[in-house]
Write a protein that binds this ligand. Structure first.
Ligand code: ZN
Length: 63
């Protein structure tokens, strides 16, 4: 995004001139938010439980 240094108007795309006539823009970089780690932990735990159930079922089938 581009912000006019004069009137602080924000443009999503690069423009030659601002509405106020200025061509002095400040580039704003948006930082991507990473997913919380707690969700990944829960996901991993559910996968571990799933594979434990699968391996238990396989063991029972072999016995
Ligand atoms: Zn402006």
């Amino acid at each position: 995004m581009y912000k006019c240094r004069v009137c602080k108007k924000i443009y999503p795309n690069r423009v030659q001139y601002c509405d106020c006539g200025s061509d002095d823009f400040e580039v704003i970089v948006q930082q991507a938010k990473s997913a919380p780690k707690t969700v990944n932990k829960k996901e991993t735990l559910s996968w571990v439980i799933f594979w434990m159930c699968v391996s238990a079922a396989v063991l029972v089938w072999f016995i």
